[in-house]
Design a protein around this ligand. Structure first.
Ligand SMILES: Cc1ncc(COP(=O)(O)O)c(C=O)c1O
Length: 454
């Protein structure tokens, strides 16, 4: 089967955008050049890697001008839409005016975006430091927590993904991403509260309670009896859209604070309205973290990330010199300001809520007709389908997940993939995706799930 040429059995909703004629090197040449000169650790999706040369809102175009519905948004990075015109305009204006200054001078965009983030956060979280990536943001958050508390140990969750730099990789808890090299130190991983694969029995709430108590055990058995921080993705992204019952975070935060630790919410995937009901993922659980890290969606594709915390905690960094060359790069900040405006103007949080609800209902109904679907999870436009070969043993169906992705791509739908075994289909599109797009995607998923087990 040639997976590269889409066979459009189902109709994608119309799109007025016409991609420019592509005049660059052929896909085969790019592939050959990449294989020769690019580090092979950078993996590609699909048996026949896809070349993307243009994007418009929720759609991507390959070199032949074929359109794809993008349901993963460059790994949950495109919040507002590919090349959203008003964000592009702001970035173009900025790059033609001032491209770089760093933090040693005042720059109006830096303080404005910091203020705008403070206005979106709970009251005391009103001081921000800008960096370039989620990994960096989490490293900085951990450093701040250690400097502030005077403690060293950190508790993260099993099945977490917090990045790939040294400390962040230490926080990450998926063996598939960990090299046998020293990463991070004094980091302990508590049991993930996801009820689908929990080692604990009981209702989701009981599992959440027992999982939170595992943090207490870890602190008592593996640390000096205090911790610098507990870091958590309100919904685990790379781990496969996993999360605990609503009582989990409240209890986990209480235990952490009891032992002197700060609570860090990694909002790299869940922030900026993606969960629909709330602007921040943690708000779904009625907790207030001490530090919030953001990246990906904050820049809609521009390298921008942030660590937002209280003034008190932020002050801890002033005990030494601290510097980040691109922290608060004006072009990235222009994108960030554009993102905050577009989320309001295009009512993207409301769209994530309504379209996400429709999508999840459709996924639940696919679960009734496809035994392959073991679990349907998610909130808003952060959704996951866990595929299993057998619903009672929950054996991960990784090969089927790969097959569904290939078939969906052939039909014009790009999905993401996650979970420790790679058996979770991740659906986290740009927040501008429509009900018509979702109906198309559901019908493609329906036929792909059938074909994948044939
Ligand atoms: C929740 C979460 N935190 C941190 C990161 C790391 O971000 P980056 O790849 O920008 O370093 C990611 C990346 O996927 C992520 O999903």
């Amino acid at each position: 089967m040639n997976n590269h040429a889409p066979v459009m059995n189902q109709e994608m909703p119309p799109c007025a955008h016409k991609p420019r004629p592509y005049g660059g090197p052929t896909r085969d040449d790019v592939l050959a050049e990449r294989r020769q000169y690019y580090n092979p650790a950078a993996f590609t999706y699909y048996e026949e890697p896809l070349m993307i040369v243009e994007g418009f809102m929720q759609y991507l175009f390959d070199e032949a001008g074929r359109r794809y519905l993008d349901l993963i948004g460059g790994i949950v990075t495109i919040s507002c839409g590919h090349c959203h015109p008003s964000i592009v305009n702001r970035m173009q204006e900025q790059i033609a005016t001032l491209q770089h200054t760093t933090t040693i001078y005042l720059n109006p965009l830096q303080s404005e975006l910091a203020r705008r983030l403070a206005e979106k956060m709970p009251a005391d979280l009103n001081v921000t430091y800008f960096v370039n990536s989620g990994s960096e943001a989490n490293e900085l958050a951990v450093n701040m927590a250690r400097a502030y508390t005077g403690h060293t140990d950190i508790v993260a969750l099993r099945n977490a993904y917090h990045g790939t730099s040294s400390t962040s990789l230490g926080l990450t808890s998926l063996h598939t991403w960990k090299y046998p090299v020293p990463t991070g130190h004094s980091i302990h991983h508590a049991i993930c509260p996801d009820p689908y694969r929990s080692p604990f029995a009981g209702t989701p709430e009981e599992i959440a309670y027992k999982s939170a108590e595992d943090i207490r055990d870890l602190i008592q058995f593996s640390t000096p009896g205090n911790v610098a921080a507990f870091i958590v993705e309100p919904i685990q992204g790379v781990g496969g859209v996993t999360y605990g019952a609503p009582n989990y975070l409240k209890h986990a935060f209480e235990i952490t604070r009891e032992y002197g630790g700060l609570c860090i919410a990694d909002e790299v995937q869940t922030g900026f309205g993606r969960t629909g009901e709330r602007y921040w993922g943690f708000e779904n659980y009625h907790v207030v973290p001490d530090i919030v890290t953001t990246a990906k969606g904050i820049g809609n594709g521009a390298p921008l990330a942030a660590v937002t915390t209280t003034r008190d905690i932020a002050e801890a960094l002033t005990s030494r010199l601290h510097f980040n060359t691109f922290g608060g790069n004006p072009v990235s900040l222009a994108a960030g300001l554009g993102v905050l405006d577009v989320i309001e103007e295009d009512r993207l949080q409301e769209n994530a809520r309504a379209v996400g609800k429709h999508f999840k209902a459709g996924m639940e109904s696919l679960r009734k007709s496809h035994q392959l679907i073991g679990d349907v999870r998610g909130i808003g436009l952060m959704l996951g389908l866990e595929l299993v070969t057998d619903r009672s043993t929950k054996e991960p169906a990784a090969a089927a997940a790969g097959a569904v992705m290939e078939i969906a791509k052939r039909e014009g739908v790009l999905l993401g993939r996650g979970g420790l075994a790679g058996n979770v289909l991740r659906i986290k599109p740009p927040l501008c995706v429509t009900i018509a797009d979702v109906d198309f995607a559901l019908s493609v998923l329906d036929s792909a799930l059938t074909e994948a087990v044939r």
